[in-house]
Ligand binder design. Structure first.
Ligand code: 4AD
Ligand code: MG
Length: 481
């Protein structure tokens, strides 16, 4: 393969009157003369000027929307408006034809729903080009953030025998013949399965992450997690990526500080390093908002929202304080909530979270100290308050338009308290013997959290549906591609 230069570099080039080769996909071909070529390095196309009078008409016909071509020519200052440079073609080669009659993409706006069905081709649109370049940048920034702070990137297993969250939403992993699994006394005998026991895809790397933190001090995971929850929402996937830092000697306050710092770092990183894509997505969202009725429109643009998050402290309050606010809120008094807030103790619904974040505080909110009964077994137990209410050192970070972005806690490091809670919740202690060992040998206070990566990509790109920020979404009744 001959050397070629990426279009982004050419468009930024200070040098002209040099010979260059570009390769990419045709976005437009006007007047048999001007090709707009894109190679995914940027949403901006490079213009190629074709000397059509001296070019084989057979070749000109093959320069169609979507075709892959290679062009060698001279990079020159552009005479036309809209671009600084263009290429005067000397040699054009068709690398891959694209029949416009058959090609599912059209050189016009197509809906996100339609493009989701064509996820194998949607990278070729400006919207998805921007989304996936931003997603890439965010991944890189996650690593940079933690590496700069001395955290160890720990690879926790994808296949495991534990259900870390205890929610029973796991996908089984087996190589049994499902029509005829071996049985003992009428029950499926997992001893004969590949791993000699029942296994599943991980829902979270946290428990193994804690083992790492109990020696390496600060670790983080960044990998795929799987949940068999039948949620058909714009915020849930069956396969999503999660970032889970775990820190020895951290309490809940330290944990909140780190999470807020991380979220701001990621937003700042993208604003600085992906300015062009963010500006494109900003305009896309502004257009989309115009289609909505006035009262549903956001009063801030995407870039304003991102900047606002950077410039303001997240609002921190306890679950109990939040319940008091919600109880007294207008929608609650006017019976506008589908789930009215009556007492203390129930989980917050997304309508309540949205009220707190979007209406009451109008900024990201960190809720802490949730009722013990609605949270996972591993969270550190608070002393009951004066009225005997039992809470745990949990924290959820809620974002405008997204809801829960982060879930975390200080961990229960006291063996007796942890065992008691596991018994109460029916978590098998014998299976988690290795987890309990960390509380037996050199236990220490520690904390961590999980950031849902796709929800972060959603927030930063302004995309309304989580299925549009992961290349090939997995959700109920869908595993295409
Ligand atoms: O709140 P979750 O379930 O917490 C945990 O898994 C903990 N083990 C994390 C920890 O403390 N290390 O999930 C964490 C985050 C949520 O706040 C949300 O952003 C995201 O993961 N998340 C999902 N994202 C997309 N699709 C789903 N089905 C998700 N479930 C959770
Ligand atoms: Mg949660």
């Amino acid at each position: 393969m001959s050397q070629r230069t990426k279009i982004k570099a050419l468009l930024e080039s200070e040098q002209t009157n040099i010979s260059v080769t570009v390769k990419g996909w045709v976005r437009a071909f006007r007047q048999n003369r001007f090709i707009a070529l894109n190679d995914g390095s940027t949403n901006n196309n490079i213009q190629i000027v074709v000397d059509f009078e001296n070019t084989d008409p057979g070749l000109l016909k093959r320069i169609t929307f979507g075709a892959a071509i290679s062009v060698t020519g001279e990079l020159v200052a552009s005479l036309g408006q809209g671009q600084k440079v263009e290429i005067t073609a000397k040699e054009i080669e068709i690398l891959g034809d694209c029949d416009p009659e058959e090609y599912p993409l059209q050189p016009k706006k197509q809906t996100l729903e339609f493009l989701r069905e064509k996820a194998h081709l949607r990278f070729r649109t400006n919207t998805f080009g921007s989304v996936f370049r931003v997603r890439n940048s965010l991944s890189y920034a996650v690593h940079t953030f933690f590496q700069e702070r001395g955290f160890v990137y720990l690879h926790t297993p994808i296949i495991t025998a534990s259900d870390a969250e205890g929610a029973g939403e796991t996908f089984h992993v087996t190589n049994f013949d499902l029509a005829n699994p071996p049985k003992t006394d009428g029950e499926i005998d997992f001893k004969q399965d590949f791993f000699g026991r029942a296994t599943n895809l991980t829902v979270s790397g946290q428990l193994e992450g804690e083992l790492g933190a109990m020696a390496l001090s600060d670790i983080y995971t960044f990998g795929p997690t799987f949940r068999a929850e039948n949620s058909n929402t714009t915020r849930h996937l069956a396969e999503f990526w999660m970032i889970e830092p775990e820190m020895a000697f951290y309490d809940l306050e330290d944990n909140m500080n780190l999470a807020e710092e991380l979220l701001k770092y990621l937003i700042g990183y993208v604003l600085k390093n992906n300015a062009e894509d963010i500006e494109f997505l900003n305009q896309r969202l502004t257009e989309e908002e115009k289609q909505k009725p006035q009262q549903e429109r956001s009063d801030m643009s995407l870039t304003e929202k991102l900047q606002f998050c950077l410039d303001n402290d997240f609002q921190r309050l306890t679950y109990t304080e939040a319940i008091d606010i919600l109880k007294e809120s207008t929608p609650n008094k006017k019976k506008k909530f589908t789930y009215p807030i009556e007492g203390w103790g129930t989980d917050l619904q997304s309508e309540h979270e949205r009220y707190l974040v979007e209406k009451h505080f109008k900024k990201p909110v960190i809720l802490t100290d949730y009722p013990k009964a609605i949270k996972a077994f591993y969270m550190r137990q608070n002393e009951p308050d004066a009225s005997g209410r039992e809470t745990v050192r949990a924290m959820d970070i809620l974002f405008p338009g997204i809801g829960e972005m982060v879930g975390g806690s200080q961990r229960e490091e006291r063996l007796d308290k942890l065992e008691q809670r596991m018994d109460e919740m029916g978590i098998p202690k014998d299976e988690l013997w290795w987890y309990l060992d960390t509380r037996r040998f050199g236990a220490c206070p520690h904390a961590g959290f999980g950031l849902g990566f796709e929800r972060m990509v959603q927030f930063v790109t302004g995309m309304g549906n989580i299925r549009d920020v992961i290349p090939f979404p997995r959700f109920p009744k869908n595993a295409e591609f």
